[in-house]
Ligand binder design. Structure first.
Ligand SMILES: [Zn+2]
Length: 337
């Protein structure tokens, strides 16, 4: 079988001369790059798993400039994922698998590549894993982890005080690597912003300088740790509006400002003109758990209120994302004792 990805031992020259949609000039195929540093166990950084997210490529450019004048204190392995979709500005091409859903023994060509990369990094005794993403909607920078162990919390806390814990889907990159080393997904704001790559770059350099990931007592204090409870989706209509009541379902104009903020019980999330159910909360198995989190009132249409004090995340007013993915998530605060 032909190799689905390239392996390099240095960065291609002058990445900073390329715009994101020219990424295939530097990386014609998915590419794994091993850069040698003083400590041998490498930090693994995966980028561009979603082609429409530029934070990974922009961060690579910053790393390349940094490496002109600095030695690596630790080896660094970089994976550049879905370059084909990236050159088209798509999350993935229609016939492709989502590159962040192929990391658990997936039999597709993309899945075999992910399994091989995981194996390579396991054999190199990987130190920690960082997966870089953008998201839609106004969200603060935050880190996601899949284990509540102290090294995971410590790693995440070096990026943000906002930490989201989830343990599904198990096919994502951070989950696969969580069984090998402390692993984190960084959500670096919307595509095209300048502060996300800057923060991701600083974080990577910080982690490269760490001898270990044992936290000091203080460092995992004062963290906001959230757990995802359900995914909010609009189903059965394409007609969505924000604050002007023009759509079949209408959300508050300021919806995105609720992300990562506590929302009071009985806050109105949405209203519709008909009795038809258009808004759902579902768990990871796609089971309808709407009534657990939303009070649904049928009077002059349908109104949806939050049942409890809760924290939404990744709420978006981007219609394409709402149709193809979801409106956002409901979370709760976790306390660690
Ligand atoms: Zn992503």
């Amino acid at each position: 079988m032909k190799k689905e990805f390239d392996i390099l031992h240095q960065l291609p020259k002058n990445l900073n001369l390329l715009s994101y949609n020219e990424i295939q000039k530097a990386f014609p195929k998915p590419t794994l790059i091993h850069l040698e540093g003083k400590r041998k166990e490498p930090l693994f950084v995966s980028t561009c798993l979603h082609g429409n997210e530029d934070v990974g490529f922009e961060t690579l450019k910053k790393l390349q400039i940094y490496l002109k004048s600095h030695l690596l204190p630790r080896s660094l392995s970089l994976f550049i994922g879905n370059v084909e979709a990236a050159s088209l500005g798509l999350r993935r091409k229609d016939q492709q698998k989502d590159y962040n859903r192929i990391w658990c023994n997936d039999p597709s060509p993309e899945g075999l590549m992910a399994t091989e990369i995981t194996e390579i990094m396991k054999n190199k005794n990987v130190f920690a894993s960082i997966d870089l993403h953008n998201n839609t909607g106004k969200n603060p920078l935050y880190a996601c982890i899949n284990k509540l162990d102290r090294p995971f919390l410590h790693l995440a806390s070096l990026f943000s005080n906002n930490i989201v814990f989830f343990d599904n889907p198990n096919t994502c990159q951070s989950m696969a690597f969580a069984s090998l080393c402390p692993s984190v997904t960084l959500e670096c704001g919307q595509t095209g912003n300048a502060y996300g790559p800057e923060k991701a770059f600083e974080f990577i350099v910080d982690v490269l300088h760490l001898e270990n990931l044992e936290p000091s007592e203080k460092s995992i204090h004062d963290l906001n740790i959230f757990q995802t409870l359900g995914r909010i989706s609009v189903e059965g209509t394409q007609s969505i509006s924000f604050g002007d009541n023009l759509g079949e379902i209408d959300f508050p104009h300021e919806l995105e400002l609720w992300n990562f903020k506590h929302v009071k019980a009985n806050t109105l999330l949405a209203k519709t003109k008909s009795d038809k159910d258009l808004l759902f909360v579902r768990d990871e198995c796609h089971i309808d758990i709407t009534s657990k989190y939303l009070r649904v009132e049928k009077r002059d249409g349908t109104q949806y209120f939050f049942l409890f004090f809760c924290v939404p995340a990744m709420l978006t007013s981007n219609l394409d994302i709402i149709h193809k993915d979801c409106l956002g998530y409901i979370m709760k605060t976790l306390s660690l004792n």
